[in-house]
Write a protein that binds this ligand. Structure first.
Ligand code: SAH
Length: 340
């Protein structure tokens, strides 16, 4: 059985032709799927005979919300979804002035091993299929009754460790016949897998790119993020510069502030030198404390001071607004706590 949420438009056309039906039906069916219908019976301009044929070979694969946490202080909602095989993933729905946004997971678990992160503590379970990434948006729209116009791929998992499925997901959400969500409204965040960054720039030049930096020397960064051993700063930073030059787009650096590890004035100075003259923006994130990692967070004042140093040196920086802090919206923590 084929999960239709995994198929790009052309692939759906192929399936429709394969079962002996005219191509134009694919357009109707594709459009229904992304209007949010979950059974073929709801597709009222599709003949019954075709719906019955479809039922034999395909389905619309949903993921099931097993827990929803709603913030009391803002409209943030955090979902724990169960996949068909029992794996669980999480997503966060957020409301901003410019519209609704969803933070989606790209893998069940993660194998990158960043030492401060909850998502990687039990390793990688498996890659998510394109439809499973997409369903996080579809199910959140269904639950909230709201349209979602922005996606950040910043939940559990390393998107560039699941590149084929990520690419397919991007093409499906962007398809004019379906959700028609603009590439410019999507941000993908990576811990810095350089060869895939280079490929991504060519494949998706209009999608926003965010890099998890977190350290300004190979020693500091390498201690926090094992990926730095394969792709150290002298390889990562030129790749980032190249992205901005080739696309003309601003790149975002995420910098999680960890007490006594990467939060000194010296760190701020080095960060400025590293990013000098690059079209970029720094997003400072006070660490969300994860038990057992031994890392501690910084005060908001400390974060603001760090921001000031960057701004003074001409590097645009913001301290991440804390949405849903009362519901533990920190990365991977709901899933991890549920697995205990
Ligand atoms: N694997 C991708 C995307 C997922 S993580 C990446 O590394 O970019 C999204 C962001 O949250 C990353 O910048 C990550 O380093 C950061 N992060 C992970 N755990 C965190 C924590 N406990 N506190 C603050 N930020 C965290």
């Amino acid at each position: 059985m084929v999960n239709l949420r995994n198929l790009e438009y052309k692939e759906l056309e192929g399936l429709i032709c394969y079962i002996g039906e005219p191509k134009f039906r694919a357009k109707q069916i594709f459009s229904w799927i992304y209007k949010g219908v979950v059974s073929f019976d709801e597709m009222n301009n599709v003949p019954k005979t075709l719906r019955e044929k479809l039922d034999k070979v395909a389905y619309i694969g949903r993921i099931e919300p097993v827990a929803v946490q709603k913030s009391e202080t803002d409209d943030t909602r955090k979902y724990l979804f169960q996949l068909e095989d029992g794996n669980q993933i999480e997503s966060v729905f957020m409301k901003y002035k410019y519209g609704n946004s969803i933070c989606v997971s790209s893998q069940a678990g993660c194998r990158m091993g960043c030492r401060f992160c909850a998502s990687t503590r039990n390793g990688l379970e498996r890659n998510l299929m394109p439809g499973e990434i997409l369903s996080q948006l579809m199910e959140a729209e269904r639950d909230t009754g709201e349209k979602i116009g922005h996606i950040v791929v910043m939940g559990t998992g390393e998107p560039f460790d699941n590149y084929d499925n990520l690419s397919k997901f991007l093409r499906i959400v962007n398809d004019k016949q379906g959700l028609n969500l603009g590439m410019r409204n999507i941000t993908v965040s990576t811990c810095g897998v350089v060869p895939v960054i280079e490929k991504f720039v060519k494949d998706f030049p209009r999608v926003n790119l965010a890099i998890s930096l977190h350290g300004t020397t190979n020693e500091i960064r390498g201690n926090m993020m094992p990926v730095n051993k394969s792709y150290p700063l002298e390889v990562l930073i030129p790749a980032c510069r190249k992205y901005t030059e080739e696309t003309g787009r601003r790149i975002t650096f995420e910098y999680t502030l960890v007490n006594g590890v990467n939060d000194s004035n010296k760190d701020a100075d080095r960060l400025c030198s590293l990013l000098k003259n690059m079209l970029c923006h720094v997003n400072l994130i006070p660490l969300n404390k994860v038990e057992e990692t031994g890392f501690d967070t910084v005060s908001r004042d400390k974060a603001l001071l760090f921001q000031q140093i960057l701004e003074q040196r001409g590097i645009p920086a913001t301290v991440r607004r804390e949405l849903g802090s009362d519901i533990d919206a920190a990365c991977g923590q709901l899933r991890l706590n549920n697995a205990k």
